[in-house]
Structure formats: structure tokens, C-alpha cells
Design a protein around this ligand. Sequence first.
Ligand code: ATP
Length: 247
Amino acid sequence: MKIMFKKYCPSSPAPEDTAFRVRFTELSAGYAGHPVLHQLSAHIPALAATALVGPNGSGKSTLLGVLAGVIRPTAGELHHTGSRQPAFVPQRGAVGDALPLTVRQTVEMGRWGERGPWRRLTRRDRATVDAAMERMGVAGLAARQLGGLSGGQRQRALIAQGLAQESDLLLLDEPTTGLDPEARERIAALLADLVADGVTVVHATHDLDAARAADACLLLREGRLAAQGHPGEVLTPAALTRLWRLA
Ligand SMILES: Nc1ncnc2c1ncn2[C@@H]1O[C@H](COP(=O)(O)OP(=O)(O)OP(=O)(O)O)[C@@H](O)[C@H]1O
């Protein structure tokens, strides 16, 4: 099993490097005594949005964890063309309501990878945090407790934490689940803006409209890749019926 981060060299990208941000081959992964992903081979296109779609338990979050580097593959190859560590935004429900954190403190945690949790943030760190909050439209909520926000506000604060990591690869676990249509649209528009600005976005989703708006789609079934390609080709009525009937 190999995991590789390629050194970033903007002046002379190899031709293949411009095409994908992550590529994996025969990738398997899971939890102690519980294999989940089985021999997946696919790539995540660079500077594009990729949707991970599949029924509950099909392995979307596990694949995000592998791409984020928090779950170690048990077999296969994983090749990153970027040199920056991916930024991972977990499911909103995984972030405790009871945590006594303000929005600003939450977003500041995005600098910990660079700074460490106990070091004072530099002026540049604070500017990065401010810019991330501004970008996600949560600057006006900076002093509010995370647990007291609406679902959409909280999701934007968590994405701002991801942005504060200044990665070129943003991984999001169900960023629009449980949100009303307006909040969903706002997040979809913000993610599209990030892609236009050079961020590669991968999001696990049950929201088929969000998946159809992506540039690429990986369809998972029981930890295996059922299809990959453009959402228009992958998310056909026949494929979706088959997938959910078998789920
Ligand atoms: N920490 C864990 N320890 C053991 N098994 C786990 C763990 N997390 C997930 N699993 C199992 O791995 C399998 C895949 O789960 P995963 O969360 O990756 O699927 P998913 O497609 O993201 O599901 P959902 O749509 O419900 O979020 C499931 O059988 C799940 O029970």
C-alpha cells in the first residue's frame, strides 16, 4: 500500500497532474475487523466538484476519511498531486451541540494544523480566519455560540473552519443534509465559487440535485464503485432505482 503526496511545483506541472487531484487504485479500507471499501479504482478531478453518492452505509464517509488521511487504507494505492493536506469538514451532527465554542473559536481551530492548539495565532492566522468567516457569510456571527446557530449557519461556520486550513482540497461530509432549500442553495453556490477559485471539492451527499450539479460523481454500493463519471451519465433513473432497491 502506497500513499503519496507530490511536491507542488506550479511552474512545471506534469501533464497528468493537471487532470486529477487524487487517484486511487484497488483501494481497500475499513475499521478494525470490519472491511468497508473494496478495491476501489477512481480519480478525483482537480479544480472540480465531485459528489460521492450511495445509500446509507455504502462507504461515502469512510472514503472521505481515507482521502483526508484519517483512515489508513488496508490495500491499494492512493496518490495525491497536491502537497497540501486536505481540509475535512465532518457531518454537522458529528460536532457536539454542547461544545462551548464561539464561531470564531471554531474557525480558528482550522489554523491548529499549522500552528498547534496551544500557540497564539499570528496576525496572518487571524487575517485568514477573518477572510474565511467573511467568505462563508458568518463574520457577523463570530461571537455567537456554535450550538445556538441554525443548521445552515453552523454548516457555513464548519466550512469556514475548513477554508481556514488554506487547502486546495476540501472534503465535506453531507454539507446540505437537513437544511432547507434556501440554505442548501446558498451552500451550493459558495462551493461552486470555491471551485471557480481553484479549490477541488469532494462532497458526500444524499441530495441528488447537489450531486447533479457536480462536475463528477462516484456512485458507491456496499463499499464498491458502482459507477463513475459525469453525474448526467452516472445518476440515471435506472442506476438509482437499482442502487436503492438493492440497498
Ligand atoms: N467508526 C466505525 N467503526 C466501525 N464501523 C464503522 C465506523 N464508521 C462507519 N462504520 C461502518 O462502515 C460502513 C460504512 O459507513 P459509512 O459511514 O462510510 O457509510 P456512508 O455511506 O457514509 O453512510 P451514511 O450515508 O449513512 O452517512 C457501515 O457499515 C458503518 O456501520
